[in-house]
Design a protein around this ligand. Structure first.
Ligand SMILES: Cc1cc2nc3c(=O)[nH]c(=O)nc-3n(C[C@H](O)[C@H](O)[C@H](O)COP(=O)(O)OP(=O)(O)OC[C@H]3O[C@@H](n4cnc5c(N)ncnc54)[C@H](O)[C@@H]3O)c2cc1C
Ligand code: SF4
Length: 566
């Protein structure tokens, strides 16, 4: 078992500088490699002369990937201007690889450019280059500057890590999470099931988050680990307003990035395609903007966050959600500083325990859990499709067709306008429809990855393949998140204005979710028959007297959905 599995060697709160003014940070990064054991190979795999000091000679490069934009973590953590050159590569192949939402692509490119500009102001020599591929960008940089040694923090993706390793880049451990994936593997070792609740309690205890210590008696704050039952309220009917967020004015860098993106996509020589509304400053592109967003959430969003966490409203795209995921996923914020700010609000009496616990559960629980599962189960996990789902992503999702399903139409409006839908809209509307219609898991992953501002493979795969589509046979979620229209009717105001009736399963105005839910159970009866958590649902399905009519209606619904005519 690796030494990092020892909770005592896990990251502690004090290891993470909170809002440091300068990047100065002593101590080499912990983990699989450090500066002292890198540099034995150059990017072509040749052995480098150990007598040379590439740092002093200015021939060492620190490569910063687009989701590692933090001066105080990773490969820049203990670097000063003059130590090394900094490389950032924007890959044309990556831009052409998906049909990106405009705000998603803009966020990543603009955040990279802002980070490069900030480093230059700090005195670093920065090579921000565009290249046909990441590898080509690296090679061109190495040639141009006669680089002897390239160091990077471990990439967030399996393929990225393989590519950098094969290119001879020296990797230091990824410290953008509170739980290193080797520590997670140690926690998982020997367990019969990998329950989020167990992992979350382990995290709370070892990180000392939201724990009370009364003379050595250490207990969860508020006397319970879990306040979920307080956090499932339907949407309030009082017409209240929800916390506002700053929209950051687009600057010259933002505008230049947008113009370049549009020109690139318009050039027929590139296979790039964009969709969705353009950026209007909703997504932080710098650390300072991300800190503003965090402050705003703690001040106004945190208190109402918990109770209505699962509620959906047609004309409210975020309710009290933090909209911090993109900032954490790009590295602009560290998850530990986020939960510490939230805990401080609780200790100061500014937010109730159900909201604080619910939020902290999302960040040091769910977020780190899916990060650990990704590394535990890759690369095979990417290919999971245990329900043999083959349908393409419906045209109603991609914007190629409109739909009369008010919930789907409303959620897609949110995605088009903001590159964002909150968790329950992702899971119980988009995911639920994809699950019950049988959309191919990888196709769904790719679409969501390109459509959400916070998309990334490590977080998409467990959430889409495991949680939403049950394509891993229940390895992550013991029971599929399938539901009929009743759940959406209870937790949203979408059904009020819909031409379909959530209570009906047959007939022209039957809710497609309700029809498809029963059809999904019937279609997968064999697959779920051994799952005791599905026994009640299967028994209900078997009791339906009109099951043949339901299944016939399901065929009509599926055909209409495929044709973009529902
Ligand atoms: C089908 C599906 C796809 C998803 N795709 C993504 C994705 O591409 N990127 C992404 O960051 N999250 C993804 N999530 C998780 C979650 O929906 C988003 O993190 C959240 O909606 C982002 O909004 P927020 O920042 O306002 O989060 P909040 O509701 O304010 O929650 C706080 C934070 O908790 C973390 N979090 C909560 N739930 C999860 C989870 N299940 N997995 C990982 N982190 C979680 C996020 O960092 C989030 O910022 C997905 C969930 C589902 C069901
Ligand atoms: S009736 Fe069905 S399709 Fe219409 S909004 Fe409600 S759940 Fe969605």
């Amino acid at each position: 078992m690796p030494s990092t599995t020892d909770p005592k060697s896990s990251p502690k709160k004090k290891d993470v500088p909170i809002r440091p003014d300068q990047g100065a940070n002593d101590g080499a990064p912990k983990g699989r490699a450090s500066k002292s054991n890198v540099g034995s190979q150059d990017v072509d795999g040749d052995v480098v002369d150990k007598e040379a000091d590439p740092i002093r000679d200015g021939r060492e490069t620190v490569w910063i990937l687009g989701d590692q934009l933090n001066r105080h973590h990773g490969a820049l953590k203990d670097r000063k201007p003059g130590d090394c050159r900094v490389l950032l590569v924007q890959s044309d192949a990556k831009i052409s690889s998906k049909r990106w939402h405009r705000q998603r692509l803009h966020l990543v490119l603009s955040a990279m450019e802002h980070f490069a500009a900030e480093l230059r102001v700090d005195g670093f020599e920065v090579d921000l280059r565009r290249a046909p591929t990441l590898r080509a960008g690296l090679a061109a940089h190495v040639d141009e500057f006669e680089v002897e040694q390239v160091v990077a923090m471990e990439p967030m993706s399996w393929s990225g890590r393989a590519m950098l390793t094969s290119a001879g880049v020296s990797l230091i451990a990824n410290d953008q999470f509170t739980c290193d994936y080797e520590a997670f593997a140690g926690w998982a070792e020997g367990r019969k099931s990998l329950k989020l609740e167990d992992f979350y309690r382990w995290q709370r205890t070892r990180l000392d988050i939201l724990m009370d210590n009364n003379d050595g008696d250490i207990q969860p704050a508020g006397g319970r680990w879990n306040f979920d039952h307080d956090n499932r309220e339907p949407p309030p009917k009082d017409g209240r307003s929800w916390p506002a967020i700053t929209e950051f004015e687009l600057d010259d860098i933002d505008r230049a990035v947008l113009a370049r993106m549009e020109a690139f996509a318009a050039d027929a020589a590139n296979s790039a395609e964009l969709w969705g509304d353009g950026p209007r400053g909703r997504w932080p592109v710098t650390r300072s903007q991300a800190l503003t967003r965090l402050d705003e959430f703690v001040a106004a969003g945190l208190a109402p966050f918990g109770a209505h966490e699962d509620a959906m409203l047609a004309d409210e795209w975020k309710l009290a959600h933090s909209v911090l995921a993109s900032s954490m996923n790009l590295g602009l914020l560290h998850p530990l500083e986020v939960v510490e700010a939230v805990e401080a609000a609780f200790r100061g009496g500014d937010a109730p325990i159900n909201s604080v616990e619910g939020f902290i559960r999302q960040v040091i629980g769910w977020r780190e859990y899916v990060w650990g599962l990704y590394w535990l189960w890759m690369p095979d996990y990417r290919h999971e499709n245990q329900l043999d789902a083959t349908r393409p992503v419906p045209p109603a999702f991609t914007g190629e067709a409109t739909t009369e399903m008010a919930c789907v139409s409303g959620v897609i409006d949110h995605v088009r306008e903001n590159g964002f839908a909150h968790h329950i809209e992702r899971l119980m509307v988009l995911g639920n429809l994809a699950l019950t219609t049988g959309v191919n898991p990888w196709a769904m992953t790719e679409w969501m990855w390109a459509s959400f501002v916070d998309g990334a493979e490590w977080v998409m795969l467990p959430n889409v393949i495991g949680m939403a589509l049950h394509a891993d046979g229940g390895a992550m979620a013991t029971k599929p998140y399938a539901s009929g229209g009743a759940y959406i009717n209870k937790m949203s105001n979408y059904c009020n204005g819909c031409r379909f009736d959530p209570k009906k399963r047959t007939g022209d105005n039957a809710c497609p979710f309700t029809t498809l839910y029963w059809d999904f159970l019937a279609r997968n009866e064999d697959a779920f028959s051994g799952n005791h958590r599905m026994a009640r649902q299967l028994a209900g399905m078997r009791r339906l007297k009109d099951l043949p009519e339901v299944r016939e209606r399901a065929q009509t619904v599926l055909a209409a959905l495929d044709a973009g005519e529902l």
